[in-house]
Design a protein. Structure first.
Length: 43
């Protein structure tokens, strides 16, 4: 997405449906083992 498109339309369609908290939770899980998700209350 270009800067011009962002200025005209805002966040991409996919990101409009995800809350900032959901995006941060997923970003924090990147690179972690799948067992990271087991019992983690954020997921």
């Amino acid at each position: 997405m270009s800067v011009d498109e962002y200025q005209k339309f805002g966040r991409s369609e996919m990101l409009r449906y995800a809350t900032p908290g959901e995006i941060l939770r997923v970003a924090s899980a990147i690179g972690q083992p799948m067992s990271f998700l087991d019992g983690n209350p954020a997921f």
